[in-house]
Design a protein around this ligand. Sequence first.
Ligand code: NAD
Length: 327
Amino acid sequence: MSDVHTVTIVPECEIAGLMTAEAAFDAVEAIFAAMARGSAYNFPVVREAIGHADALYGFKSGFDRESLALGLKSGGYWPGNADKGLTNHQSTVVLFDADTGRPSALVGGNLLTALRTAASSAVSIKHLARKKAKVLGMVGAGHQSAFQIRAAVRQRDFDKIIGWNLHPEMLSRLEETATELGLPFEAVDLDQLGAEADVIITITSSFDPILMDEHIRPGTHLACMGTDTVGKQEVDPKILARAKVYTDEVAQSVTLGEAQHAVGSGLILESAIGQIGAVINGTDPGRTGDDQITLFDGTGVGLQDLAVAAKVVDLAKEKGVAQSVAF
Ligand code: NAD
């Protein structure tokens, strides 16, 4: 047997022309379902300050026994990159052949990270928000926020987007995205946001609660997406005590996700947190009433990265833009 092994390369600049929000949604929904079936699992996350360029560098990795996606996303945060005209968040996905351990693909991970994160909250909206949700509330107006909006509006018939951000000058991003989607946008205070929004996405780098218990009315679905590190926090832990709480990965939720605070302070038990994949699979009923508050703690798992990267490799091969190198 000839041993000319090739690795497929899909560079960052090709991803926008290949991957869609729809394909990311399907890949993420499928991997969450596989995680809840116990056939796909994430390995512990490594994230270290490397003591150079103020950078945080790490790995997220996992394996899906069903699709045989095996690999890792590696990268992190380089705060000085903006001055060089580069994205501060940098990531690359490496996929391996699960039968031999040989590398199979090298895929740009920057745009894919935004698409898979937006797909995650969109999956939670599909499965947990009230069917008649009409107003989407955004807390946060950074890089991820536009992707979040574009993915969310595919799940419900929203007729308005409202938003709040600590730095109001950034709200134009939300307005421009709403306009692109043909929806009205209004900048609001947090009282109005909680009173009007049926679905709220939080996507900030806050280390203190922004939304308080009194802001949230019955029936709201919250997708808390910004808290992905020990110490970060976006909402009052009392909201989690009132809500049905779901997550992508319970182990991450209680250590580095939004639930770290509610569990750490004894307001909720780890055992009260459900897996979104169980709702997808129909083994957990999810929302059972229009007055329930549901909260999705989207921590971001390596398997999401592998799922979207595997999809983009397939698309690159189909469209003839995959570059293969002997390895
Ligand atoms: P960004 O730097 O572009 O924007 C940051 C946002 O947070 C802005 O809206 C900013 O106004 C707001 N903000 C900053 N400091 C704040 C504070 N102290 N209080 C309240 N708001 C504050 O970042 P981004 O790329 O949009 O990412 C937003 C967050 O999402 C980050 O915390 C990032 O780590 C997280 N994230 C999570 C996942 C996941 O899978 N869950 C994936 C990617 C990014």
